[in-house]
Structures are given as C-alpha cells and as structure tokens.
Design a protein around this ligand. Structure first.
Ligand code: PMP
Length: 362
C-alpha cells in the first residue's frame, strides 16, 4: 500500500499498518462468528478471550510483577488526573508533583479540586524545556504520592531516569511514552496512559496499580471512579470499550512480534537520533526546543528562525504528504511525533525534506 501519509500526529496517532490490515480482515466477521467483534457481548467467551489476552500481553511485555492490577478504564488520561487524587490522596496528606509542562500542569490543577497539592520541583522558569534533575526534587513529608509526567507531549521532554521516591508511591502519566522502552514497574505505585499514542486507538485508558494502593476511597467517590470497582471486576464492571481494547491487543501482539520493549526502544532511538542529528547539524537553522538531556524519544519539538518560516515549513511539508508537524497551538513551532508505530522510513523522508527545505530557505 503506497497511499499512506507520513503520519506524525501527536495523538491519536499512527498505528502499525499490519494491525490495521488485520483489523480490516476481521472487521465484518470475527473469526467465523458471523459478526464483528463490535457487535458481541462483552460477557461472551470470544470478547473475554481478547480482554484477557490484552491484559496478559501487557503483563508479559512490561514484566509486571505480582501484586499489581492492570485495568482498562474510560475517560482518557484526563479522568486519571481526578481519579488518582480521589483514590490515593488521604485527608491530611498532599499530592506532590514535578511540574514539567502542559500536561503536568493540568494534572496539578485537577488534583487541587481534591486537597492539598505541592510542587516538589518545577522547570517553569525554563519554559519547561527540561526535566528537573533528581537533586532538585523535594518531596514533602506529608506526600501521599509523587506524580510525574513521563513524557511531556507538547514540550517534547521525557524523563531519562525516574526518581527514587522510597516509601512514597511514584505515580506516572505515561500517556505519550508507554511501552516506548522497557520499564521496571516495581518502582511505581501507579501508571496510567491513554491508549491513543503508543497502544491503540482512543477510547481506552490503561492503569497499572499496586494492589495496596487501591484501598477504599471515601464514600463520596462514585463507583465508576474507584479503582477498586474495576480491580474487583477485571475491568468488566460495566461495558468496556471493547473495540479499543481489541485494537490495543493487536498492537501489543505487534510489539511482541517486533521483539518486545527492548527492540522497540532500539528502533525508537534510531528514529529520534536521526531527527535530532538533523536539527543539531543544521547550523541553527533548526533549533531543538528541549535541552539535550531532556529530549523526548516520542515528540521532537523544534523551531525555525521566524514564525513565518515555520508556517512555510508546515504548509510545504503538508503538500509533500507529511501530516501533523505543526506544534501544539499553545507553544507554536514544529513537532514530529514519532511513536512506536511510526516507521523509520517516515522519519527518513522527513529528514530529507528538512535538508531540502533548509537548502531552499537557509
Ligand atoms: N497526559 C499526556 C502526557 C498527554 O499527552 C495527554 C493527551 N495528549 C493527556 C494526558 C490527556 O489525555 P486524554 O486526551 O486521553 O484525556
């Protein structure tokens, strides 16, 4: 198939072509059942098999140890901004955060609705162009947890190494970098991620939570917003987003076929290095936004000499079949999102375009 765009969308984002084709083959008549998976009961054996396989693959690919629950919930990562404090923030305690950018800020704002929040470190003074160093983080004594945003999708920064929080649970929003590299889950109390960047389509949010943190939240927390509800019912308390979970399962199979998280990381590094090298060797024609040691493997953010030139780049790249390169409206500039499913060939095409654009405009 040759009519696929060079898709650098920030999310929803590119999915592996093989996965889309497999879904297409299975779409109308799922494995001879006479119906689409979308038309089936979530209580039936066929769907339940898919549901269980998706969980088992997540456990396998992440090496999730005993004592953790894997949940499929709805409402996006934005709902997790509320669910985390609703379930984990006890009275008298503070929700602490590392303020790294736009998404961390949203998580902090939401947590304020539920109790005390403390910013344990911030890079706001640097316009969020870096991840604070581990030494800068001051976790308050009354911290219920420390929340980090693993990858800031808009600014293009990513934690290279996570803080050791001792007995304070570490909570991470991994919406834009989940499964981009191997991960030691045992360092975390809770991880959440919307699926629509690295794992599948929008509509399902993954939560991986240590069982002792699930607890019993206050009586006013609605049933659907309690982790315990979903944990007790294997994420089948109510109707789950069956099709999104099915697609996620296919993507996880694809990740496994690529060689798992370590092989995916290697491919991601190759793609990111190609782009960052092009930026760094452009003699300041392209200027990376993130400081080098905070650069994201997933979202490569850069600027040109003027907004006019940036607009020209966006327009001309679009005409050449590149999609999604305009930076987020809140920060401007340009951004190439190179999630797991973006092929190296798309990145090669982009760096060729960048070189050519520089020749014409440099
Ligand atoms: N956190 C991060 C890091 C994100 O990138 C996004 C979505 N772009 C969100 C949270 C919000 O996710 P959702 O749209 O699924 O609520």
């Amino acid at each position: 198939m040759t009519n696929r765009a060079y898709n650098f969308n920030a999310g929803p984002a590119a999915l592996p072509l093989e996965v889309l084709q497999q879904a297409q083959e299975q779409f109308v008549n799922y494995e001879g059942s006479g119906m689409s998976l979308m038309e089936m009961s979530h209580r039936g054996a066929i769907y339940e098999g898919v549901h269980q396989q998706a969980e088992a693959l997540l456990r396998e690919l992440f090496g999730i140890p005993e004592g953790y629950k894997v949940l499929f919930v709805q409402g996006g990562a934005s709902t997790q901004f509320a669910m985390v404090p609703m379930n984990l923030l006890q009275p008298g305690k503070a929700a602490s955060f590392v303020a790294t950018g736009s998404w961390a800020t949203k998580a902090i704002q939401e947590a304020k609705l539920f109790g005390e929040t403390v910013v344990a470190a911030s890079s706001e003074a640097d316009k969020y162009n870096r991840i604070p160093s581990l030494a800068e983080i001051a976790i308050p004594d009354n911290a219920a947890y420390l929340h980090v945003t693993s990858n800031e999708t808009i600014e293009g920064t990513q934690w290279a190494e996570y803080p050791d929080t001792g007995s304070v649970p570490l909570v991470a929003d991994m919406s834009s970098d989940i499964l981009c590299r191997p991960l030691d889950i045992s360092k975390f109390g809770l991880i959440y991620a919307g699926a629509q960047k690295n794992l599948g389509p929008s509509g399902v949010t993954i939560v991986i939570v240590r069982e002792d943190l699930i607890g019993t939240p206050s009586l006013t927390v609605p049933t659907m917003l309690r982790y315990s509800t979903h944990a007790k019912n294997d994420s089948l308390y109510n109707t789950p987003p069956t099709f999104a979970i099915y697609m996620t399962n296919l993507v996880l199979q694809w990740v496994k076929a690529q060689g798992g998280a370590a092989a995916i990381e290697q491919a991601n590094r190759e793609k990111a290095e190609l782009l960052y090298r092009t930026i760094d060797e452009s003699g300041d024609f392209y200027r990376g936004f993130a400081q080098k040691d905070s650069r994201s493997l997933m979202n490569v953010t850069f600027r040109l000499g003027s907004e006019e030139l940036e607009k020209k780049f966006a327009k001309e790249s679009e005409a050449e079949g590149f999609v999604g390169l305009k930076g987020h409206r809140s920060v401007g500039g340009l951004r190439a999102s190179i999630y797991n499913a973006v092929p190296l060939s798309s990145v090669r095409a982009l760096v060729d375009f960048m070189a050519e654009f520089q020749r014409r405009n440099g």
